[in-house]
Each structure stands twice: as C-alpha cells, then as structure tokens.
Design a protein around this ligand. Sequence first.
Ligand SMILES: *[C@@H]1O[C@H](CO)[C@@H](O)[C@H](O)[C@H]1NC(C)=O
Ligand SMILES: *[C@@H]1O[C@H](CO)[C@@H](O)[C@H](O)[C@H]1NC(C)=O
Ligand SMILES: *[C@@H]1O[C@H](CO)[C@@H](O)[C@H](O)[C@H]1NC(C)=O
Ligand SMILES: *[C@@H]1O[C@H](CO)[C@@H](O)[C@H](O)[C@H]1NC(C)=O
Ligand SMILES: *[C@@H]1O[C@H](CO)[C@@H](O)[C@H](O)[C@H]1NC(C)=O
Length: 397
Amino acid sequence: MPSIPRGTQRSFQVLLLFLVLAVLLLVGFLRVDFRLLTPDKAQEPPVTNIMFLKTHKTASSTILNILYRFSESHNLSTALPEGSRVHLGYPWLFVTRYVEGLKQDGRLQHHFNIMCNHLRFNFGEVQKVMPKDTFYFSILRNPVFQLESSFIYYKNYAPAFQRAKSLNEFLADPWRYYNDSVDLKNVYAKNNMWFDFGFDNNAPADVDYVRKCLAKVEQRFHLVLIADYFDESMVLLRRRLRWQLDDIASFKLNVRSQSTISHLTPESQERVKHWCALDWHLYEHFNRTFWAQLHAELSPRQLTEELEQLRAKQRELTTLCLQDPESKNVTHIDDLNLRPYQSGKAKILGYNLRHGLDNTTLRICQRMAMPELQHMAHLYSLQFPNKTPKDISFLKE
Ligand SMILES: *[C@@H]1O[C@H](CO)[C@@H](O)[C@H](O)[C@H]1NC(C)=O
Ligand SMILES: *[C@@H]1O[C@H](CO)[C@@H](O)[C@H](O)[C@H]1NC(C)=O
Ligand SMILES: *[C@@H]1O[C@H](CO)[C@@H](O)[C@H](O)[C@H]1NC(C)=O
Ligand SMILES: *[C@@H]1O[C@H](CO)[C@@H](O)[C@H](O)[C@H]1NC(C)=O
Ligand SMILES: *[C@@H]1O[C@H](CO)[C@@H](O)[C@H](O)[C@H]1NC(C)=O
C-alpha cells in the first residue's frame, strides 16, 4: 500500500469533518422544514372533487353553505337538482336524471366537482356523476336530538307525527302513530339517517345486517363527521380537504328558535335508542371512528389551537358581516333573500347584514348568510343562465 504523506492525510480529515458537519446541518434544516410543511400538507393542492351526503336535521345546511361558497369562489361545477326540483330526488333512491345538465348532446357528461343536495345514497348512480377521485363524506347526529328536530320540522308533513301531540307522547307508543306501509313521508319518523345512506329504515336491527351496512359505509365514505362536535368536525374536514380557514368558517344556518326546541324526558331519550336502533348503531360506530381519526391526526394541543383559530375566524367574520351575532326571527330579517324557508312547528332563524359594507365584503357576507334554497337558486342561475330560474316563491309572501 503506498503511504499517504502526513499533510495530505490531515487536510483529508478536515475535509471529512466539514462534509459530516454540512450533512448534519442539512438534515437538521430539512427536518425543521418537514415539520413546518406536514401539518398543512401545503405542498398538495386542495381537494375539489367532493360528494357530501346531506343527512336530515344534522347541521348539514351549514355544510351545504360551505360547499356552495367554495364551488362558486373556485369556479367549480355543482351537481344541482334538475328543473324546478329542490332535492336530488329525495326520498327516492338517487338516479342520474335528477341532476341538471348531466346530458350534453344526448351524452352523459361526467365530472361535476361538487355534489351536496339532499339525496338518498345510491353509490352506483352517484359514481356516474362524480369523478373517480371524489372525496365522499357525510355527517351524523345523536339520534335523540336528530329525532327531536325531525319531529318539530316534519310535524305537519310526516303522517306518523301529525296525530302525536308531542314527541314524548309519540315515543311512549310509536306503533300507534307509525305505519311503515303508508308511504315515504314517514321516513323522517324512524331511522332517517340510515334511510339517507340508502338502507332500509324499517329493517330489524339484526347484528349481521348492521355490521354489513356499516362496512359498506366505511368502504364508500372517506369521512363521517359528527354534528354534536361540529367545530371538531370542521377542523378534521379542513385538514382532509387541505382548505383555507376562510373556506371552512361559517355561520350556523337553518337553526331553530330556542322556543321551538322541545324537552325530552329521560325515558323518551332511552326509547329513541330502541325506536331508532339502526341510527343508534350508525351513530355509535362513527362517533368512535371520528374521535379515533381526530386523535390520530392531531395532538390535543394542536386540536385546541386549531379550534381556537376557527372560532377566532368566525368571530372576525361575525363582526365584519352581521348587525347582530344572534340569529333573528324571519319577520325581523329585512332582506327577503336572506329569509329562510319555514317548516312545521320550527321557527327557522336567519341573519341581518351590516349596513354600508363595501361590495367585495357584501358579496362574501351575503354568501355566508344566504339560506340554502336561495343559495341553490343563485348557483343554478350562474351555472345555467339559459334555463328558467328556480322558483322560490315562498319569498314573495
Ligand atoms: C374564476 O373565474 C374568474 C373569471 O373567469 C377569474 O377571475 C378567477 O380568478 C377564477 N378563480 C379561480 C379561483 O380560479
Ligand atoms: C297501514 O297502511 C296500510 C295502507 O294504507 C293499511 O292497509 C293498514 O291498515 C295500515 N295499518 C295500520 C296499523 O294503520
Ligand atoms: C361520542 O364520543 C365521545 C368521545 O369519545 C364520547 O364522550 C361520547 O359519549 C360519545 N357519544 C355517544 C352517544 O356514544
Ligand atoms: C321571535 O318571535 C317570537 C314571537 O313570535 C318572540 O317570542 C321571540 O322572542 C322572537 N325571538 C327573536 C330572537 O327575536
Ligand atoms: C357596488 O355595486 C353596486 C351595485 O351592484 C354598483 O352600482 C356600484 O358601482 C359598485 N361599487 C363599486 C365601488 O364597485
């Protein structure tokens, strides 16, 4: 082996030391960078192909508003109800002909970005409307509160609710009022969320059947949110969709006046779990998976931070947009276009905007406070300027 002169050996060692230091510095720097980038997944673009299964009485109108706003501000297309319809065929199982503008030149045109109006889930048909990489999500609510809300809202519509004086009375002897062979008007009275997912709301809550259906939902849906933890749900949704805070901030829409929220006795609350056993299984399962996913994605400190950011953003927008943060009786809302549709015995509230907003701010605030029927009519006219606009004549009192 030829011997290396001493001087060369020393400078080689110095060079090696420099190299090792440089690599260590670089690794350290990159690691910091990764930590900064990973939480926001800032390197990936936001998700824009989205199917939201809008369940009933589950804060889903607020999510609809979020999706409508995102669709308009990002120039996306939304699968809206055809013609004068206000739903995508609900309570019938969804089929593609309920969507406006799906056929062009007689051929099926795919690729709407967003689908979020009420429909009864039917994966095979939904797939024909939405792209392959679509993100599917939905929302559930504790069946006790869901049924309470449904009772007030569909009091005059569902035959099962019409003759019962109160939900307590109904739950004491539901079969006195409920007839499963009447027609679909009664779907609001028993396992309504189960029905929305496309399943039989009158089926017995048999263990194997329930397990099979839950597995199907798991397979189709990337995320199931929980309305009882709405802010936590929005934090998780925002991360999954890689959206900005502004996109996900919202005002509560389609909420009832406190005076029309009824009190359920503890016995009635227990009875809901039996009467709506399928919904109860659905809710318990996805409440568990929701929290598991939330904890897997965020440390408790991160969760607290992101909740605070969201609430701060909402306070900021409330101050910017609204005359009064409290929602108002419909008779106290000046702008007809911001008055929500009223149903059953529920007093649905809405908002008044501040006076003197500049045009850009006004646009943002109007979209945030706009009730869903007006919002749908607005998007419909934007997307289909040559079609007859949606008739929302309830506004013309
Ligand atoms: C949407 O379209 C408008 C008008 O064509 C354009 O000015 C705007 O930049 C677009 N926005 C996005 C997010 O692509
Ligand atoms: C339920 O409705 C069907 C069809 O209208 C009717 O024949 C039947 O008698 C009803 N059952 C009860 C318990 O009211
Ligand atoms: C839902 O999950 C939360 C968090 O684990 C738990 O505190 C709550 O009791 C659950 N609700 C029901 C109805 O199981
Ligand atoms: C709404 O109107 C009812 C009477 O119709 C009244 O008792 C209630 O205080 C009003 N609520 C709000 C928020 O204005
Ligand atoms: C704001 O909108 C109104 C009505 O659309 C319009 O007349 C006015 O010129 C706009 N103002 C500015 C500053 O763009």
